[in-house]
Ligand binder design. Structure first.
Ligand code: TA6
Length: 357
């Protein structure tokens, strides 16, 4: 009945782990805006990760499950503040025992800030638009049901430009974490979007703050009678002191699609001491390890990303080139996703794509 993804953000020692699951090739029903989608698929190679068939194919890894929240109105008043930013509604969720807070704007279900011990972990552009007319640049925009231009929709799909609803807020059953759930369905889309993507779905996004850090889970249910396919990414903008003084671990020797070279496919680079961005980079790495890390040598800080059921990872920084953000030096986008191989979701079928950041 649903597909699901989760993310936790934490600062832990870096331990590379390679663990992915694979299944069968989905049929693609999308056309790329320029050039065919199948041409793109040929360029990026074989299928690596797709959810298909029955739930027996799913391996839901321990610790990566959707959390049951219990709601109590007095707790809610302590854990969250509702406010406005520009035209948009936002929720600030706290977790006092671990001194954390996260801000999420209902437009796009965009996490715009996460602070631990008062230190901000995400970059938010000084040009971020809170009018509800454009995606918010910074934090964690959600790319769904399409990553990039590879499909019938505008860049990165409609999730990041749609108004989500607050479905629930509460504590986890063991009372160790606070969380909320936002939802979006086809009924929230305008007629133009519905005609470009005519599928019945319900998406839910769970944001949990606890002792492990920030977890974000995304899941989607196919409410229709036909299967549909989609791609997905957490478009994380991490706050860094200077992008060129960061080393990225976990992408060593991983093949990637170079979006700056006409989607040319490359073998991957060794980079055993971490990949350092010294020029514009826009890559989709396929079949990446489930643990990735960014070491910020100026802040002496490690951001550890633990992802589940998201095989691919995009790495991006425009390095000040045309259309760049004025704050480009201060962010690094490392974006776990299911990009190379669309997820093929049958009706009334639960599947998961789960990510820890
Ligand atoms: O994820 C990287 C990327 O797809 C880049 O190619 C770049 O376009 C970036 O996302 C930002 O896209 P946006 O539409 O948010 O300006």
């Amino acid at each position: 009945m649903a597909f699901c993804c989760l993310a936790v953000i934490g600062y832990l020692p870096f331990v590379p782990v390679s663990s992915l699951w694979t299944t069968t090739h989905p049929k693609s029903c999308w056309k790329r805006r320029s050039g065919s989608y199948s041409a793109f698929r040929r360029k990026i190679g074989r299928v690596s990760c797709v959810v298909e068939g029955s739930s027996q194919n799913m391996e839901v890894k321990s610790g990566a499950d959707w959390k049951i929240l219990e709601s109590d109105s007095s707790d809610q008043q302590q854990m969250a503040i509702l406010s406005k930013v520009g035209n948009l509604e936002q929720i600030t969720l706290h977790h006092a025992p671990s001194n954390q807070q996260v801000q999420v704007v209902l437009f796009g279900a965009t996490v715009t800030s996460w602070k631990k011990n008062q230190v901000e972990r995400f970059f938010l552009s000084q040009e971020a638009d809170f009018s509800g007319q454009k995606p918010i640049r910074g934090g964690i925009p959600l790319c769904f049901p399409q990553f990039g231009p590879y499909g019938p929709l505008a860049q990165h799909g409609f999730a990041r430009i749609s108004y989500w609803h607050l479905k629930q807020m509460g504590t986890t059953q063991d009372r160790s974490a606070n969380g909320l759930i936002l939802s979006l369905s086809n009924q929230d889309l305008n007629s133009a979007l519905i005609s470009s993507w005519p599928f019945l779905f319900t998406a839910e996004y769970q944001i949990i703050l606890g002792f492990d850090g920030l977890e974000t889970h995304f899941r989607v249910r196919n409410d229709g009678e036909e299967p549909f396919s989609f791609t997905f990414a957490f478009h994380n903008y991490f706050d860094v002191s200077d992008v060129s003084s960061c080393q990225i671990f976990g992408l060593e020797n991983i093949p990637y699609c170079d979006r700056r070279k006409n989607d040319e496919w490359s073998e991957g680079e060794e980079n055993l001491s971490g990949f350092q961005m010294m020029e514009p980079v826009d890559r989709i790495y396929s079949s990446t390890p489930d643990e990735l890390a960014i070491f910020d040598s100026s802040k002496l800080q490690i951001i550890k990303i633990k992802k589940y059921h998201l095989p691919d990872s995009t790495l991006w920084n425009p390095f000040g080139i045309q259309g760049s953000d004025p704050g480009w030096k201060r962010f690094l986008c490392l974006e776990p996703g299911a990009i190379k191989s669309p997820i093929h979701l049958k009706p009334v079928f639960i599947s998961f794509v789960i990510l820890f950041v």
